[in-house]
Design a protein around this ligand. Structure first.
Ligand SMILES: [Zn+2]
Length: 457
């Protein structure tokens, strides 16, 4: 006991000495410069080009050089390939068997651009480049009455025929696709050395059940790839709701629970750093996986155990979604550019930071206790490579956002006297010498197994 107290006294000493070495400012001017490179004009060019393919339906023609999904995927590939020799661009190809909304066996290609970092751990920025149009569009689906507004979308009677009915998909999800392509350009031309590996991913077959994302996430799990974060963007380009209400100054970020799940920590990170680098735009985290009865590719990554969040415009116009009217005149490039800047800020801040510290002990329990007095908060964590300090976070155990934080130098434990660990949630992030901060590792222990009580006869 005596030795333990001495160790803690030493720990507090070192906190006091190293705290004065904390970074002088929160923002990295290099990230400010990178965010400033996001170009609204470039986004306009990309959106208009994506519109020219007429449809990018996963089941559309692949033999035309100018229209359909074959032309679209080749153009996206070539476009990203041209940005920088550092970008490793490839098709991530699968053959999907006929099932559900896939009417025939089809070759499906995600388009993936990798910007290698010092570490293989990955951060994804993504959208889906495939499109769809259905009778009545999303308005009809919402009303439970397809065809309600009179637009009839012709579908081929032959399941083996290509589906080339018009589905320009400029917002769904040309917006997320253009954002992803533009950030591939900005990051690969930034000249920055990132710790994490960045992956710019344009998914396919989202509209048939997140199939492109599921296939990739499944492969990543099977290969043991470490994916720390997926920032998925789907319908992020329109600021005018179909009910006339306009909001071009905020973006929704959906994440699956529970409240300290890796995806929730990612959403908190996006809000914390997105709004610091882009203070003109409000990030609105929402404590649910997605909108009611709607889905997106981030959920595919969640299903395979990866942290992933879904960016969604704040006010949607359902009359243009899954509809031939999803055209360029229905998006706001100014708004899309703001959403791209938030993505850029969060991804750059995270990719420059060290990995998050481990906070579980050998038994898989949160490494926190009430020592030394029995009424203190004593936090322990594992050192993170590249970290020169750590930041402790805490909040009342009834509320979604971190309320307090404190930088504690290059140590692996800290004590907050007379602080009840029963009433607060704690977390810790790794911080490097330039102030880049990791995701927060929360002190949450897994739920205990239930043992049935044996009853006597
Ligand atoms: Zn979509």
């Amino acid at each position: 006991m005596r030795r333990r107290v001495a160790a803690l006294a030493l720990c507090i000493c070192s906190i006091g000495r190293l705290a004065s070495a904390q970074p002088a400012q929160d923002l990295d001017s290099r990230v400010v410069t990178l965010v400033g490179q996001v170009s609204e004009q470039r986004l306009i060019v990309l959106l208009k080009k994506l519109e020219t393919f007429g449809t990018r339906n996963t089941l559309s023609s692949i033999d035309s050089p100018t229209s359909g999904i074959g032309a679209a995927r080749q153009w996206i590939f070539d476009e990203m390939k041209g940005y920088s020799p550092k970008l490793q661009v490839s098709f991530d190809t699968y053959r999907i068997a006929a099932q559900g909304r896939i009417t025939r066996d089809v070759e499906a290609r995600n388009i993936m651009a990798i910007l290698p970092g010092r570490s293989p751990r990955r951060i994804y920025i993504s959208g889906h480049y495939d499109t769809i149009a259905i009778d009545g569009g999303q308005s009809g689906s919402n009303a439970g009455n397809r065809g309600r507004d009179g637009i009839v979308v012709s579908q081929p009677a032959d399941p083996n025929a290509p589906n080339d009915s018009p589905a320009a998909g400029v917002n769904d999800d040309g917006s997320g696709t253009a954002l992803t392509i533009e950030l591939a350009r900005v990051f690969s031309q930034s000249g920055l050395d990132f710790d994490a590996t960045l992956v710019f991913m344009c998914h396919v077959a989202e509209e048939q059940g997140l199939m492109g994302a599921k296939l990739h996430a499944q492969k990543a799990r099977d290969q043991g790839l470490r994916i720390d974060a997926v920032l998925n963007n789907d319908i992020v380009g329109n600021a005018r709701g179909g009910n006339g209400i306009i909001d071009g100054a905020s973006i929704r970020v959906y994440s699956e629970g529970p409240e300290d799940s890796p995806s929730r920590e990612l959403a908190r990170f996006v809000q914390r750093w997105g709004m610091r680098y882009v203070p003109s735009h409000t990030v609105r985290p929402l404590s649910r996986p997605d909108r009611f009865s709607r889905g997106g590719d981030h959920s595919a990554y969640n299903q395979y155990g990866f942290a992933a969040v879904g960016f969604r415009e704040s006010r949607e116009d359902y009359s243009r979604q899954h509809d031939p009217r999803d055209t360029f005149d229905g998006v706001s490039p100014t708004y899309l550019a703001q959403n791209a800047r938030v993505n850029a800020a969060a991804a750059a801040a995270l990719a420059l930071a060290p990995p998050a510290p481990g906070v579980l002990n050998e038994r898989g329990q949160a490494n926190i206790n009430r020592a030394p007095s029995g009424y203190d908060a004593h936090l322990m964590w594992k050192a993170s490579p590249g970290a020169s300090a750590y930041r402790i976070f805490w909040r009342e155990a009834w509320g979604p956002d971190w309320q307090h934080d404190m930088l504690v130098g290059n140590v692996t434990e800290a004590t907050l006297p007379n602080t009840l660990i029963d009433d607060l949630v704690f977390g810790v992030a790794a911080v490097d010498a330039a102030g880049h901060e990791s995701l927060v590792s929360p002190y949450i222990s897994p739920a205990r197994d239930t043992d049935d009580v044996k009853t006597a006869k």
